[in-house]
Design a protein around this ligand. Structure first.
Ligand SMILES: *[C@@H]1O[C@H](CO)[C@@H](O)[C@H](O)[C@H]1NC(C)=O
Ligand SMILES: *[C@@H]1O[C@H](CO)[C@@H](O)[C@H](O)[C@H]1NC(C)=O
Ligand SMILES: *[C@@H]1O[C@H](CO)[C@@H](O)[C@H](O)[C@H]1NC(C)=O
Length: 356
């Protein structure tokens, strides 16, 4: 198996540039164990290599001796339209983990699709994962139209219900969007000290917070009172470490939903699931290093223009915004940052195309 592995956790901006410059040299990818296509229209993925725990990990999940607290719970949504992104994200997490067998994935989906599950199973046969059906009728009536249709998908709101959906044995979870790759050991993110907060995420206090809500909101003293006693800062909800028990005890699902009801009546923001999260939690999260969410690589929400990286170390790259790396790569008009996603792409047809 000639798959090239390299660890670029903590690489600098210049490091990324030089990596981009040398990209064409990091090629030899061999298709292993080619399975026949499940159906001609379904995307088919190549099989990822098996990832095994390092010696310091002390056994794998199946192994009864592993202490429960060693399991890293990761929740993601599962949508056949985004499967290519999901597979790349999962692959990147495993590849950079010292203890990949300790990672358990919890996939939230709207419809039970046996084909999707069988694709995951054949692409990463060693993956520890569970699939949960999210009942979209729980949220449907509460979703207001936003500026981008993709943001209005019920599955986008599933993260609000994580605490209800996950089994009670899960005390902490890392929620991740499907348009990102991890380039560092997820265990480092898992171990952050939440210091009593319900959510940990990178926080951006220099971003203009005003823009996430409209004039009607800022003019309404009753509504703006929600920020009394805290300094609200923007955070991205695509990467969150969540204390599931605290979330349940504090009725956070209800709190977020309450704001969605207000939005239905008064229209106080333009984006989808982000603003109600900000209303409840902004200024009251545990701020973690920005390296854990280099977001916005998909460009803005309207045009999705190319964007370059912010300087500083990077542990996670996130194509939030309109543009998605797999679409731009396929269109042969990729942004330079998209080449950082490509090595994690398990989709087969493009690889074969490159190898020809
Ligand atoms: C996954 O594949 C294995 C064989 O490779 C099979 O035994 C197992 O039942 C499959 N699981 C699912 C959920 O499809
Ligand atoms: C933030 O955005 C609002 C609305 O666009 C604008 O009125 C305000 O001047 C901005 N504030 C800063 C500090 O840039
Ligand atoms: C959460 O909701 C339950 C039931 O509605 C209520 O009894 C409890 O006091 C609430 N807890 C908080 C912290 O609001």
């Amino acid at each position: 198996m000639a798959l090239h592995f390299w660890n670029f956790s903590s690489i600098s901006f210049l490091g990324i540039l030089s990596l981009l410059a040398t990209f064409h040299q990091i090629t030899p990818i061999t298709i292993v164990n080619a399975t026949p296509p499940i159906s001609s229209i379904r995307p088919v993925f190549r099989e990822a290599p098996a990832f095994r725990n390092g010696e310091t990990c002390g056994g794998a999940i199946g192994d009864k001796t592993i202490p429960k607290q060693r399991v890293i719970h990761v929740a993601m949504t599962l949508d056949s339209n985004y499967l290519r992104g999901t597979m790349a994200a999962v692959f990147s997490i495993l590849q950079h983990s010292t203890c990949p067998e300790n990672v358990e994935f919890h996939f939230l989906t709207i419809k039970h699709e046996p084909e999707v599950i069988s694709i995951i199973n054949s692409t990463i046969p060693y993956l520890n994962f569970k699939v949960y059906c999210f009942d979209e009728t729980r949220i449907q009536g509460l979703i207001s139209k936003s500026i981008r249709q993709a943001l209005d998908q019920p599955l986008n709101y599933a993260r609000i219900y994580l605490a209800d959906i996950l089994p009670s044995t899960v005390k902490r979870v890392i929620y991740l969007d499907s348009d990102l790759v991890m380039v560092d050991d997820i265990a480092k993110l898992w171990e952050v000290d939440l210091e009593g907060k319900v959510v940990a995420a990178p926080e951006y206090c220099r971003a203009n917070f005003t823009i996430y809500f409209n004039k009607a909101f800022w003019a309404d003293e009753e509504l703006t009172k929600t920020f009394e006693g805290r300094k609200p800062c923007y955070f991205n909800t695509g990467v969150m470490v969540m204390d599931v028990e605290k979330w349940r005890q504090g009725n956070y699902t209800e709190k977020v939903k309450d704001w969605m009801v207000i939005q239905k009546i008064k229209r106080i923001y333009h984006l989808g699931s982000l603003p109600p999260f900000l209303l409840v939690l902004a200024g009251n999260i545990k701020a973690i290093d920005h390296r854990w969410n280099q977001h916005g690589l998909g460009g803005d929400n309207i045009e999705g223009k190319c964007r370059s990286l912010h300087p500083g170390p990077i542990s996670l790259l996130h194509w939030s915004g309109k543009g998605k790396p797999w679409l731009r790569l396929d269109s042969r008009k990729p942004c330079s940052v998209d080449h950082l996603w490509a090595p994690y792409d398990l989709y087969r047809s493009r690889r074969q195309f490159f190898e020809e």
